[in-house]
Design a protein around this ligand. Structure first.
Ligand SMILES: *[C@@H]1O[C@H](CO)[C@@H](O)[C@H](O)[C@H]1NC(C)=O
Length: 185
């Protein structure tokens, strides 16, 4: 048993290196009640996140637009080593009973990754969480604090930290995303 777990880890670790693996299945956090996708669309700046391999730059922002079929067009951009990089993705409401549970993907060949809106007031802050079970042995998670502007008051960051804590999501490794010097790049 121990041997097979070690083997599984050896195979999967390259996938999750740089992320935050935790033993056991995903937690089941509470999400934004009566989530309203139309109010959520628009431009969000990343203020803080759990380290993610695919986001290493600064000035990270995402623009969500509602398409006619109620899916989302997602354009994310960042500045990495002085260059502006953009990726385009798609978002969908994955759970019609809980519209705060979105799924997003940035590639046609990849499945949707959970993108759960734990809390948002739509006009200032959004607290977002993503968790994927791997064989129910462990899970890989991401978390973001988003803001409608490039900075957030400390009180809003503390409130976001409280929301993660209440849901037993460990964000002690969360890092701030640099949002300075973004205009002149
Ligand atoms: C967001 O995307 C929409 C549709 O592509 C575009 O019209 C709008 O200008 C974009 N907003 C920002 C801030 O990039």
């Amino acid at each position: 048993m121990t041997g097979s777990i070690a083997l599984i880890l050896a195979v999967l670790l390259p996938l999750v290196s740089g992320q935050v693996p935790h033993w056991g299945p995903c937690p089941e956090p509470t999400t934004q009640p009566a989530f309203n996708l139309k109010q959520f669309v628009g431009r969000w700046f990343e203020i803080a996140k759990l380290p993610a391999q695919f986001e290493k730059g600064r000035c990270i922002e995402t623009n969500f637009t509602l398409k006619l079929d109620n899916s989302l067009r997602i354009i994310s951009s960042e500045i990495l080593r002085g260059e502006l990089r953009r990726i385009e993705g798609v978002g969908v409401t994955e759970d019609l009973k809980n519209p705060a549970k979105l799924g997003i993907t940035f590639s046609y060949v990849l499945p949707y990754t959970p993108y759960w809106i734990l809390s948002t007031d739509y006009v200032n802050t959004a607290v977002v969480y993503s968790c994927t079970d791997i064989l129910r042995l462990f899970h890989v998670e991401f978390a973001w604090v988003l803001s409608r502007s490039r900075s957030l008051p400390a009180a809003a960051l503390e409130k976001a930290a409280d929301i993660f804590a209440k849901n037993s999501i460990d964000v002690s490794r969360m890092t701030n995303t640099r949002q300075q010097g973004c205009e002149k790049a």
